[in-house]
Design a protein around this ligand. Sequence first.
Ligand code: ZN
Length: 524
Amino acid sequence: MNKIIAIFLIILLNFAFLSAASLDERSKNISKHEMQSIIEFLSHDLLEGRTPGTRGGTLAEIYMTSLFKWMDLKPGFNGQYLQPLHLKGFTIDKLNLDTNGIQLANIDHIIGTWVGPEKDFSMEAEAVFVGFGITTHLWDWNDFKNVDVKDKFIIARVNDPGLFNEKIFEGKALTYFGRWRYHIEEAVRRGAAGILLIHTTETAGYGWQTVLNSWSGEEVFLQSDINNNLKFRGWIQENSLKKLLEAKKIDLAQLYEKSLKKSFKPIPLGFKIKVSGTCTSRDLVANNVIAEIPGKSPKKIVLSAHIDHLGMLDNKEGDNIINGAIDNASAVAAMMLTARLLKESQDHLYYTVVILACHAEEAGMLGSKHYVQTLPDRQNVIANINFESTPVWGKTSDFMAVGGEYSTLEDILKKVLETQGLTYSYFSMTDQGFYFRSDQYPFAQYNIPAVWISAGENDDSGEKKYSTFWKTKYHTVKDEYDPTWPLESLEQTVRITALLIDMMNKTQAVPQWKRKLTFPLEIR
Ligand SMILES: [Zn+2]
């Protein structure tokens, strides 16, 4: 009997070995045409930049549903592929800011969103400078010192004080508390009526044009994020703010200096800010598209990539479509090809693998946030592996997991990389807080170890094409499909991710956090 069990075990082990070998083999033969087909379709002009609730955004959903069916994947949301997101969209048609006898009325100075049903809006409130507007026990920092800013118009710096002092926060590495989203969330918690974020290229990490591309046109929200007092949220160029302050003989440099001290307290500026203009709002529905590859365990690994992008610029002549070929069609291709490799090895899957094609990421990771917030069996999700703007150039010698340092996912990945002769690297742009800027973040916030996985920056051209993309094409009309891309780094991303999941399956690894988290956890 023991002998029979032993033989049976040997056969089983052989099967495991064979399947691993074949996954390994198959991952070396990913067809370039297949990778191209997904990028080419999703970034086509006819998809018009894929914003939620538009024709192009809906076509992207239909396409994903169709791919899931083609691959015979199981529907992943209550027996369906589509998980609806009920959203509210606001478009400002005209915006004026009046203060101290100065009127700022165009996008060279300010941009923002009015979040309310009024078609003609007008709001005036006392201006208060709140420094960075950060409250956290993690570095024992509280910019508000219990000063009430309810119904005020707060003016906040973006980034965190670590940018200017290596010894506080995480130094130059941006924490979640330095993200503009955090500043807005804090304004909501404090009951402010309006917020103006001060734009400088240094503190934002990108130029004014990137702000304009992200903020012009419709701003979209989950209903649950707008049931609050904050009606206006926007950005002001630093030079324009300086002019407003000079009229009151206030020196911005001095305000900045105070904001770097732990003793900082909100500073009422002694004037009011008035915003007015016209706005349209609408209800819209977009859908996450979700499939599942059931494994032996109900425990899940969620693979994710967003299908939406930024749509079209309406104030620009010539090419005005922000196609999002790299952000994020290439990443969707990486996710789908990884899913296919795993589907082909389904018999050997221990963990169930969820394929989450999420919508409305560009609007604030709304699809992934809603998915995680409403997931009935969230405790079953052991990890999220997100694909974002996957590199499309030649082979790289390195590989990275943005946010890997927070969890043991990094250690598992390093083992896989060793077997493939690749080095592990950190993204050179960590000072821009990328971990908090894509769909891995809502998972991390809900206590699920999560990474954004990608081939690294050292591609074989020696030109660091990936870093160049972020500086020159990201969120612009130039993020377009190019049929001459070699896609070798995309293939590497697929291969390493498949091997990572294979290793997690074989070892039944459950990733754990391993260091101080630099973001707040949602406790629910
Ligand atoms: Zn993206």
